[in-house]
Design a protein around this ligand. Structure first.
Ligand SMILES: [Mg+2]
Length: 239
């Protein structure tokens, strides 16, 4: 295998993300307990979040709007202004929380960037994602940072075309089968699935046998460098 570019997902691949949302949901459920609708809140918010993805896309602001919408709905519009304020404050805390970079990440990026140009491909709010890249201190390792609204086959195709990268010389590293692995494999690229961290259930997905042949797995982010070196020294791993 010959690689021209290596790309990394950010959320739950380089730094913690899902954990912050879990804590946010717990805080939401605490607020809803005051209205005695806590038992319905969890299921309702899952549904509202998925329904809102086409309207708001991914990210904290979308999440907070979905919490407010859920709260207004299940309290039959009795949800109080001071609790709306508490949810808005929760959003600001989530947006300004310093990214918790996983152990071993800077070492992996530093080593790989001496052999390959690296690209960061992350989805969500543009402003928030850029802030996390800056605050993480990892920005210097990436030649290109792309913030996209979703990670689908057409989005990756456009991105590879713009950077003039042949799919079979491109490898994407990420935690999400749905966003980082399946679409890249479907395009004829290579994907390395890092399985160790919490992922949102929405990010799970299935692979066809053809796609599976273009996907590799590691248990931890600090194993990524070793696997890539083995793959690029071997012949055709799909053959
Ligand atoms: Mg991710």
């Amino acid at each position: 295998m010959k690689l021209d570019w290596i790309a990394f997902d950010a959320d739950d691949t380089l730094w913690q993300n899902e954990e912050i949302y879990r804590e946010g949901r717990e805080k939401f459920l605490e607020i809803m307990a005051k209205y005695s609708v806590q038992d319905r809140a969890e299921e309702a918010v899952d549904q509202v979040e998925l329904e809102n993805l086409p309207h708001y896309g991914y990210g904290v602001m979308s999440f907070i709007l979905s919490l407010i919408e859920t709260a207004v709905e299940i309290t039959e519009e009795d949800f109080r202004g001071k609790d709306v304020r508490a949810l808005l404050e929760l959003g600001k805390e989530m947006l300004t929380a310093p990214p918790q970079v996983f152990a071993g990440v800077p070492e992996v990026l530093k080593e790989l960037q001496s052999h390959y140009p690296l690209m960061l491909i992350t989805k969500g709010d543009l402003f928030h994602q850029q802030r996390k890249v800056n605050a993480s201190g990892l920005g210097e390792y990436f030649r290109v940072v792309e913030v996209v609204s979703r990670k689908t086959v057409p989005v990756y195709r456009d991105l590879l075309n713009r950077h003039r990268v042949a799919p079979d010389q491109f490898l994407m590293v990420g935690n999400s089968v749905r966003s980082d692995i399946q679409p890249v494999a479907a395009l004829g690229g290579w994907a390395l699935h890092v399985k160790d961290h919490l992922s949102w259930s929405h990010e799970q997905g299935a692979l066809s046998p053809e796609e599976q042949a273009r996907v590799f797995e590691v248990g931890r982010i600090d194993q990524v460098g070793g696997v890539i070196h083995r793959l690029t020294q071997a012949g055709n791993p799909a053959g």
